[in-house]
Write a protein that binds this ligand. Structure first.
Ligand SMILES: C[S@@+](CC[C@H](N)C(=O)[O-])C[C@H]1O[C@@H](n2cnc3c(N)ncnc32)[C@H](O)[C@@H]1O
Length: 411
């Protein structure tokens, strides 16, 4: 299976879940151990390939041994190893990793090491991106409160994962380990959803009001739509647009569980969609949660460092520019446009916004960091953009800008 993951044809989580489905008899603990070891290999692939040069036997097995070495105790691993493999592993354990160049030690392709190296505090950022992420959930404010959910989680299976309130989002709860939240009654009742705290904070930038007409332009499987709809108290109209029928189809059961009745899912075409045209100048707020390299989510998707490359960055930049321009046409005078990515690269983020503002002087930049702090009081960041990072905020890496359309004739 590791061999298949390393061909990069499909995202690692897809290959893993297919592999698991084909082995229904595998116990929960074995599943967890395999998943952890595979993700560990993806996180540290370049370092492990370097270390594995000295080993014996098939290359994929040597990588797997290194992944298991990092995730199991030596006693648990020993019975599965040949004597020469054990001797090799003992040699590896003595190697001083500090002597390796950063790109090898932290397992980044050269181009990405260079790009991330240009960001402030890059060593801390890169190290944090290599740590596994905790699991965050979001409480559905339409159905319950965070206090009530935390009280219910103080016993039962949730309590074993030490639930705590997230530091910034007023709707978030963070767990240790990998609780099976989607099997819990609170999930089935639509009281909770899985969502990184950073995503929750981004939605707060929309500051939606009751009765408004709002568009979630790249709604995908509806993660942000759900919180937007709840903050609108299920009033007004919330369009969930996406070009992907499959993604919107995955959103529908989530919408049903949430109890929201203000969401209108619409599959739109890539450019020049009639329904988009009909909404020209009408929306109070538009969210563009743009398709991006996802490099801010390496904690959860470490395979992205190997699946992305400079050409794919350029393709995303062009796509984001096109989507932003189309989505902006829907914004009403004095309406708000939020542009967000889960990338850390300036060309997908601030440079994209700067280019948009050059072309569209009818929009002005608001202070996203200050707007986020209104709903998420602990978040005291310098604006005008909101930039979240795993080393500073414990969230995935996110970028967001808030743009406001000036009054008619106000340019
Ligand atoms: C970052 S994901 C959205 C995630 C989602 N907002 C959430 O919170 O779960 C970006 C989405 O943009 C969609 N997309 C790609 N091209 C698009 C286009 N031209 N117009 C609208 N959506 C597009 C993709 O299908 C993908 O679902």
């Amino acid at each position: 299976m590791l061999g298949e993951v390393l061909q990069w044809q499909y995202p690692a989580d897809q290959v893993l879940s297919r592999w698991m489905r084909a082995r229904p008899k595998l116990g929960a603990r074995d599943r967890a151990e395999v998943t952890e070891a595979v993700f560990n290999v993806l996180r540290h692939l370049r370092r492990y390939r370097n270390l594995a040069e000295s080993g014996v036997g098939p290359a994929a097995r040597r990588l797997a041994i290194l992944g298991l070495n990092a995730t199991l105790t030596p006693e648990a691993l020993r019975p599965g190893l040949e004597d020469d493999e054990q001797a090799w592993l003992e040699h590896i354990r003595r190697i001083d990793l500090g002597a390796l160049p950063r790109a090898v030690r932290e397992s980044l392709p050269d181009w990405l090491d260079e790009r991330l190296g240009e960001l402030p505090d890059s060593d801390a950022l890169i190290a944090a991106l290599n740590q596994p992420a905790p699991l965050d959930i979001r409480v559905n404010p339409l159905k319950t409160t965070r206090e009530a959910v935390l009280a219910a989680f103080s016993s039962g299976p949730a309590a074993r994962h030490a639930p705590v309130a997230t530091p910034y989002s007023p709707w978030g709860i963070r767990f240790e380990g990998r609780p099976a939240v989607t099997r819990w009654p609170a999930f089935e009742k639509g009281e909770i959803e899985v969502q990184d705290e950073g995503s929750q904070i981004l939605v707060s930038l929309m500051a939606p009001r009751r009765g408004e007409m709002i568009i979630d332009y790249c709604a995908g499987a509806g993660g942000k739509t759900l919180l937007l709809g709840a903050l609108m108290r299920s009033t007004g109209r919330l369009y969930a647009f996406d070009v992907s029928q499959a993604r919107l189809a995955r959103a529908k059961p989530r919408f049903a569980r949430s109890g929201l009745s203000n969401i209108v899912p619409v599959v739109i075409s890539d450019t020049g969609d009639q329904r988009v045209r009909r909404l020209r100048g009408k929306a109070h707020r538009v969210l563009v949660d743009a398709p991006c390299t996802g490099l801010g989510t390496l904690r959860r998707n470490p395979d992205l460092k190997w699946r992305q490359h400079p050409d794919s960055v350029a393709e995303f930049v062009a796509l984001q520019q096109r989507i932003l321009a189309e989505a902006a046409t829907c914004v009403a005078p004095e309406g708000r446009l939020v542009y967000a990515t889960c990338s850390l690269l300036p060309e997908e983020n601030q440079q994209q916004v700067e280019a948009f503002l050059q072309e569209n002087p009818q929009f002005e930049l608001l202070d996203a960091a200050a707007i986020a702090a209104e709903r998420c009081p602990g978040l005291a960041e310098a604006g005008p953009y909101l930039q979240l990072r795993p080393d500073r905020h414990g969230t995935d890496g996110f970028f967001a800008a808030v743009l406001q359309r000036r009054k008619e004739g106000g340019v």
